[in-house]
Design a protein around this ligand. Structure first.
Ligand SMILES: Nc1ncnc2c1ncn2[C@@H]1O[C@H](COP(=O)(O)OP(=O)(O)O)[C@@H](O)[C@H]1O
Ligand SMILES: [Mg+2]
Length: 297
């Protein structure tokens, strides 16, 4: 066989394999764990943490789906050097199939851009919502879904917090970020959405500052809210992370030995270790029910 024919054959095989991966029916008992990444203030590092956490988990053998849910400001694509041609909005408008809105990210992670489609979800007909849920579930084969939200607790973030099993709050040590982070916790507590929230303190100059930030927020939570704050760790301020952004590459891939990469890998380890033991993981069927609940079908 000529080299050209062989390369064509490989391409066809790869395309077929991709198609199969996408449309293979998952087993109903497959377990999926959903994490919503939120913050009070913008610019605290949610997107970088979501993308790199997804990669760190994939490196540890997990199949991860990342939902880029910051409407109008989606930038997980920029960090990964992906160009979304179609998003959830196109899918909902009937301009794209579910396969066409899933992008292959680094380390085998799969990425969907929510785009403006997220604003439309609760206005859809019951049939359209059912179709989306079923098609999304039919992607199957993922263990973890990470939802990178916009800043604050808007309607969409609130829906995803309700929908997710776990909430990861990202803050920096800055007083404004901490205060806004506390407001998010207050909202979650007010609606009784979660009993515990995970905290990642980003852009710390030292472990001591990370610890102090956690202690401060945790103390306030214990005193005034019915939420337990879980410490997942700290990510140092790291110029290599900024360099990686400039190169449109996640830091974990550009600089696997960078301080921030190490920090995020250990945070992934902490979160995944719990993943094994924590009871509240959903089967795909339960996941479908959660979707139905938040979109009111
Ligand atoms: N650990 C870090 N070290 C240095 N800079 C960081 C770090 N985390 C985030 N940044 C900076 O903060 C900016 C905002 O990060 P991003 O992940 O887009 O935040 P968000 O999604 O919360 O708005 C990045 O472009 C980067 O310049
Ligand atoms: Mg962001």
């Amino acid at each position: 066989m000529t080299d050209q024919a062989e390369s064509l054959r490989q391409k066809i095989l790869a395309a077929r394999e991709k198609k199969q991966r996408v449309i293979s029916q998952p087993k109903e008992e497959s377990l999926v764990k959903i994490y919503a990444v939120v913050s009070g203030k913008g610019g605290v590092g949610k997107t970088n943490i979501s993308v790199n956490l997804a990669i760190a988990m994939a490196k540890k053998g997990k199949r991860v789906l990342l939902l880029d849910a910051d409407i109008g400001m989606t930038n997980a694509d920029i960090i990964m050097g992906i160009h979304y041609e179609k998003d959830l909005f196109d899918y909902l408008a009937g301009r794209a199939s579910i396969e066409e809105i899933i992008y292959d990210g680094p380390m085998g992670i799969q990425v969907i851009s929510g785009g403006a489609g997220l604003l439309e979800m609760d206005q859809l007909s019951k049939e359209a919502q059912e179709r989306f849920i079923e098609e999304l579930l039919s992607l199957g084969g993922f263990d973890i879904m990470i939802i990178d939200n916009g800043a604050g607790m808007g309607k969409e973030a609130l829906q995803f917090v309700t929908f997710a099993h776990e909430v990861i709050l990202v803050t920096t040590p800055e007083p404004t970020a901490v205060t806004d982070g506390y407001r998010v916790l207050k909202t979650i507590s007010h609606y009784g959405l979660k009993e515990s929230v995970k905290l990642i303190v980003n852009k710390v100059p030292s472990t001591a500052v990370g610890e102090e930030t956690f202690e401060k927020l945790s103390y306030t939570c214990n005193s005034f809210l019915s939420i337990k704050l879980e410490n997942c760790g700290y990510v140092f301020t790291d110029t290599r992370l900024e360099k990686a952004i400039m190169a449109q590459e996640p830091v974990l891939l550009s600089y696997p030995n960078a301080l921030s990469s190490g920090n995020i890998e250990s945070i992934a380890g902490i979160i995944l270790e719990e993943h094994v033991f924590v009871k509240n993981i959903s089967t795909l069927k339960q996941l479908g029910n959660r979707f139905r609940k938040i979109f009111g079908t």
